[in-house]
Design a binder for this molecule. Structure first.
Ligand code: GLN
Length: 203
């Protein structure tokens, strides 16, 4: 870690940690791999990668990270989750393991693996007005969608066509941002840039 500016933690238990680090580094952000409670204390924001949310949740509990992450996010630390990371930030899960715990912070219910077997993985262009007029090319891999949301949650993007048209795939509640898809895999850095802007507003 070098330079100045807020330290963006990347939860490094499982999943596509490197891809997020790479995208953030390309935007000149300082990053820190988060694996211990001490790491959680050292960061100004957290990115939670895509991967497998039940495994991530188990590891977070085992490594003593769940409680400190919950505390920091509840206290207003900016957080961004992609795919499994969205699930980790949701207050409620459908289709999860009965005992699957989350960090929470987003007043939403997410449905795991929501798009179904036939469309396990797909790509789509989305309108995401907070990122500007150009559509965002989004990659979905066994993705969740937001099934239900509280009043404080803003919808930033929905699927525009096909069988899943209208499904909510990007949301924000104050300093917490989540996408069903993986901007860290496409080379389009606008979602991460938007998150870094959120972090700057907060810190
Ligand atoms: N289906 C995964 C889960 O529940 C998420 C998939 C992903 O992050 N690409 O955790």
């Amino acid at each position: 870690m070098s330079g100045t500016g807020p330290v963006i933690g990347v939860l490094a238990l499982q999943g596509d940690v490197r891809e997020h680090e790479h995208t953030l580094a390309g935007l000149a952000a300082r990053t820190l791999r988060v694996r211990t409670p001490e790491d959680v204390a050292a960061i100004d924001a957290i990115v939670i990668p895509g991967g497998e949310s039940t495994t991530m949740s188990n590891l977070a509990l085992r490594w003593g990270l769940m409680a400190p992450l919950r505390e920091r996010v509840a206290a207003g630390m900016p957080a961004y989750g992609s795919c499994a990371g969205m699930i980790m930030l949701a207050d409620r899960i459908e289709g999860g393991r009965a005992d699957q715990e989350t960090i929470g912070g987003l007043d939403v219910t997410v449905r795991r693996n929501a798009f179904g077997r036939q469309v396990d993985s797909f790509e789509a262009d989305l309108d995401m007005p907070v990122l500007g007029a150009d559509p965002l090319h989004a990659v979905f891999i066994r993705a969740p969608w937001v099934e239900d949301l509280g009043e404080a949650v803003d919808v930033l993007a929905t699927v525009s066509s096909g069988p899943a048209a209208g499904r909510i795939v990007a949301v924000r509640q104050g300093p917490v941002l989540a996408t069903s898809f993986h901007p860290e895999l496409t080379g389009d850095t606008r979602v991460h840039a938007y998150f870094l802007e959120m972090v700057r507003e907060q810190t």
